[in-house]
Design a protein. Structure first.
Length: 280
């Protein structure tokens, strides 16, 4: 019998760093596993998952655009996946008839990375850009860290407002507000998180300059060999910056823990991933 099967499923998937990260974690912790990238047709997510499971698959990471479909496929979900409305980690029981469990490790990944960077959240003013799956996944842990204020801004303001409404019960009165980019209060924020897909398209967001000071951390969930447009914009006004490579490694570590009950060290894996990315 071969090593237990794991993988990441998405479309496209060729760019995914998850196989490199999980293989590095496995080597570090002496766990035998096979971790592959699976390209699922846009109309073939469930069939691809079923095939993987039939071949003995034990777990899958799920990426764009299948996180909502993964949520629907699960027989049981963790409370954080339930609240996020999206699943990025599937856990298949050894018993082929057993229920598939779904988890969402994006929020834990972001919080772990902010902790690694030494970013305080308690009592701070946070601006969260975007109202998609990633924003939904990080809202609960961000609110649980007691920021003074959390403003969600999105290109489609109604989506930001609906999202804020969904999480209002977890917030203190006046703590959580939402709107379009034009509604952003033009005053400095301590932390600005870009969770839009604009960076992937290389597009600049219409943000007021007044939201930045040299003490602001501009954090882009996207990452690449060079800084994103959003990070370059923030840098040009003297703000501090960080990209989402650390979040990627930390959310992978949380998935790894869910599958193997062991927490890998993230720092060396992040360092080597950064070197690989920059040498391209
Ligand atoms: P979704 O497709 O669910 O949401 C996309 C969001 O981006 C929406 O709010 C959308 O606004 C907005 N958007 C898209 N294009 C533009 C644009 N040109 N200008 C302004 N807003 C735009 O994506 P996700 O939430 O899953 O992912 C968002 C980003 O976060 C991606 O870059 C993804 O790679 C990254 N990510 C990184 C992770 C990591 O570990 N580092 C983990 C998860 C995500 P509208 O509602 O108006 O359409």
């Amino acid at each position: 019998m071969g090593a237990p099967l794991y993988g990441v499923i998405g479309n496209p998937i060729g760019h995914s760093r998850s196989p490199a990260i999980h293989r590095a974690f496995a080597e570090q912790t002496d766990i035998a596993l096979q971790y592959d990238a699976l390209l699922a047709p846009l109309d073939g997510f469930e069939a691809t998952v079923a095939g993987f499971r039939a071949a003995g698959g034990r777990g899958l990471n799920v990426t764009v655009p299948f996180k909502a479909q993964a949520y629907a496929l699960c027989g049981v979900r963790t409370p954080r996946a339930e609240r996020a409305g999206a699943v990025n980690t599937l856990i298949f029981p050894a018993n082929p008839g057993g229920l598939v469990e779904g988890d969402n490790t994006d929020g834990a990944g972001l919080l772990a990375d902010l902790h690694r960077l030494g970013v305080p959240l308690n009592g701070r003013r946070i601006l969260l850009l975007g109202a998609g799956g990633a924003t939904r996944g990080v809202l609960e842990p961000l609110l649980a860290a007691h920021p003074a204020e959390l403003f969600i801004a999105n290109r489609s303001p109604d989506k930001a407002q609906a999202l804020a409404q969904d999480f209002l019960a977890l917030a203190q009165p006046g703590q959580l507000r939402a709107g379009g980019f034009a509604d952003i209060p033009p005053a400095p924020f301590d932390l600005i998180i870009n969770a839009t897909a604009a960076s992937l398209a290389g597009e600049q967001l219409p943000l007021p300059r007044a939201i930045l000071t040299p003490a602001t951390l501009a954090y882009d969930m996207a990452y690449g060999a060079t800084p994103t447009v959003f990070l370059r914009w923030a840098e040009s006004f003297g703000a501090q910056t960080a990209d989402g490579l650390g979040m990627l490694v930390e959310q992978a570590a949380e998935s790894f823990w869910r599958w193997h009950s062991i927490r890998p060290e993230t720092e060396p894996v992040l360092r080597s991933l950064r070197e690989t990315l920059q040498s391209r």
